[in-house]
Design a protein around this ligand. Structure first.
Ligand code: HEC
Length: 198
């Protein structure tokens, strides 16, 4: 007797839970911390592939053909890598900056702008601590951003007193360039990844 009451009770709970799941499934607006962590892990892997492909290419281009040649390589390779990764993974993959060089691809939207401003504030108040990142669900889209601080090699093309030949090719390729004048450690921009959850 007791047992059958217990069973009935259990099945009511089960039905109730399934009902709740159904509601969650339909609205598609609730994600468990585990879901979000899985998305973050995937985004980080793609980000590492982006940086891990681009930086060696940049360094090799500087070594083999000098800085002017490397500007050309960067202008072609960076958008190509972003495009290939987007096509392969189904994520939107790009780099953005508050002072973009490539205004066509790197101009931030509202979410990116506020995240970049937060990265810059963190960097200026706390210095270079851990990698700055942001993982959020905004309007049913998962958004991941990871800051790119300025290292020594970056100063060649994003610092002050840039070699005139390098400056000249930058001016020709990017007439609206805003990406110079940076100091070591400042946030140059960020990788920005998005995946629709609809
Ligand atoms: C040889 C010159 C050169 C060097 C060195 C260089 N960059 Fe750039 N950077 C460029 C060019 C050219 C672009 C524009 C690429 C494009 O059209 O997508 C760019 C674009 C970027 C962007 C994308 C946002 C934007 O403003 O268009 C980021 C972020 C960035 N660079 C970060 C760095 C960092 C960090 C380093 C050092 C690790 C670095 N760059 C070193 C030339 C360089």
């Amino acid at each position: 007797m007791n047992r059958s009451i217990f069973i009935r009770h259990t099945s009511i709970i089960t039905l109730f839970s399934l009902g709740l799941l159904g509601v969650q499934g339909c609205s598609a607006k609730l994600y468990s911390p585990d879901d979000k962590l899985a998305l973050e892990t995937e985004a980080q892997t793609i980000t590492q592939r982006f940086g891990g492909t681009l930086k060696p290419k940049l360094k090799a281009a500087i070594q083999s053909g000098g800085l002017v040649h490397a500007v050309d390589i960067c202008a072609v390779e960076a958008p190509a890598i972003a495009k290939a990764l987007s096509a392969e993974t189904g994520w939107e993959v790009k780099r953005v900056s508050l002072q973009p060089r490539n205004i066509d691809t790197a101009t931030p939207d509202e979410h990116e702008r506020s995240t970049l401003a937060w990265f810059a504030e963190q960097q200026s108040t706390q210095g270079e601590a851990a990698v700055l990142k942001s993982s959020q669900i905004v309007n049913n889209t998962y958004r991941y951003m990871q800051a790119q601080p300025v290292e020594g090699v970056c100063l060649n093309c994003h610092g002050t007193n840039i070699n005139p030949a390098v400056q000249s090719i930058i001016n020709t390729t990017y007439p609206s360039d805003m990406a110079t004048g940076y100091q070591l450690g400042q946030i140059r921009g960020a990788f920005s990844l998005a995946k629709s959850l609809e």
